[in-house]
Ligand binder design. Structure first.
Ligand code: TYM
Length: 338
């Protein structure tokens, strides 16, 4: 039986952090054992806000190396760079022409990012979710493992596939595009800022102390956790809406220590923040250490990394062109005869 397919990606904007790992990449590592898995570094998305070309290049390589360092295995999955596959941009253009503008204006992430850009909002930022839909739909993905913040974008991809393509352009009984499902695993789906338990941990937060980057040194991790916001209560607990920092940090501790939520609840209900923080620090440092060691090793061998990206792009090209050609033909584009 044909394996179901998974596709996901991360933007190479700045340093990947605990949220990207716990909310997304860590789940991919499990999924690759069961599904045909494609993961890309979405560099075309990274230019929807002002960017530095040199940094983009470095961050693209860094992100790909981190996928591997986190446990993505090129024998089990295809890793590629989005801009290496022109079909993403082409399908995006086609989808742009059938997606209503008012669907785009409803996107929460667009509104949040647009506020930060002031007068400088690009058309690309508005179009970001259509490019993301193209990423997914090109590969006939069954499942898209992402964090909670991507739910609305996934709904848009489903609506475009179903309402704008399949129902308008498919012949009865043979849909052109597969309608993908989001896979949002509750635990880790929304890791919050270290400075404010009500705000998401984010690459774009100007305050570096708000996040733990996957490549932070042990010293940096110690300092950031020391500075992390706490509250005046004694003992850590879950499910108290007035204690978002306790919810977030205890949750991270549970995931990284590999202990059940009930176990850490019990373990930490009778200790103060002063005792808890070093335990959390140790759990973070020891979880990230193997990733960092592998990452440093991989970065010393750029040829190996390039080969993996080239193999990934080859596989991605074949699949994406199949879908793109189906869409082209359904839309009435005249095929080129050689
Ligand atoms: P990006 O780079 O912002 O985030 C990458 C992944 O990390 C998840 N994530 C989080 N999870 C939990 N807690 C957090 N604080 C946190 N911050 C980020 C995101 O949900 C995401 O899964 N638009 C996508 C990139 C993309 C994509 C795609 C994803 C482009 N095309 C196709 C899947 C399929 C994004 O948010 O990237």
């Amino acid at each position: 039986m044909q394996k179901k397919r998974v596709l996901s990606g991360v933007q190479p904007t700045g340093a990947l952090h605990l949220g990207n790992w716990l909310g997304a990449i860590r789940n991919w590592v499990e999924l690759q054992n069961e599904y045909e898995t494609f993961v890309c570094v979405v560099d075309l998305h990274a230019i929807t806000i002002p960017h530095n070309p040199q940094e983009l290049k470095e961050n693209t390589l860094k992100t790909a190396a981190l996928y591997l360092a986190c446990g993505m295995d090129p024998k089990k999955c295809s890793i590629f760079i989005q801009s290496h596959i022109p079909a993403h941009s082409e399908l995006c253009w086609i989808l742009n022409c059938i997606t209503p503008l008012n669907w785009m204006e409803r996107m929460i992430q667009f509104k949040e990012k647009a506020i930060k850009q002031g007068d400088n909002v690009s058309l690309g930022l508005l179009d970001y979710p259509v490019l993301m839909a193209s990423d997914i739909l090109l590969y006939d993905a069954d499942l898209v493992p992402v964090g909670e913040d991507q739910k609305q974008h996934l709904e848009l991809a489903r609506d475009i596939a179903q309402q704008r393509i399949n129902s308008r352009f498919s012949k009865k009984g043979s849909p052109i595009l597969k309608v993908p499902k989001p896979l949002i695993i509750k635990e880790g789906a929304k890791i919050m800022s270290l400075c404010d338990g009500k705000n998401k941990m984010s690459k774009s937060d100007p305050n570096e102390n708000s996040r733990i980057a996957l490549l932070d040194s042990a010293d940096m991790i110690r300092k950031k956790i020391k500075k992390a916001r706490t509250d005046e209560h004694f003992g850590l607990e879950f499910n108290n809406p007035n204690r978002p920092e306790s919810e977030n940090l205890l949750g991270i501790y549970s995931m990284l220590s590999g202990k059940q939520r009930e176990t850490v609840s019990e373990e930490c209900s009778n200790i103060g923040w002063g005792k808890f923080k070093p335990m959390l620090t140790d759990a973070i440092i020891s979880s990230l250490e193997p990733i960092q060691t592998k990452y440093n090793f991989l970065r010393k061998d750029p040829e190996y990394l390039n080969q993996i990206l080239s193999d990934g792009a080859d596989k991605a090209t074949i699949l994406s062109n199949l879908t793109l050609n189906k869409v082209r033909s359904a839309f009435g584009f005249l095929p080129k005869i050689d």
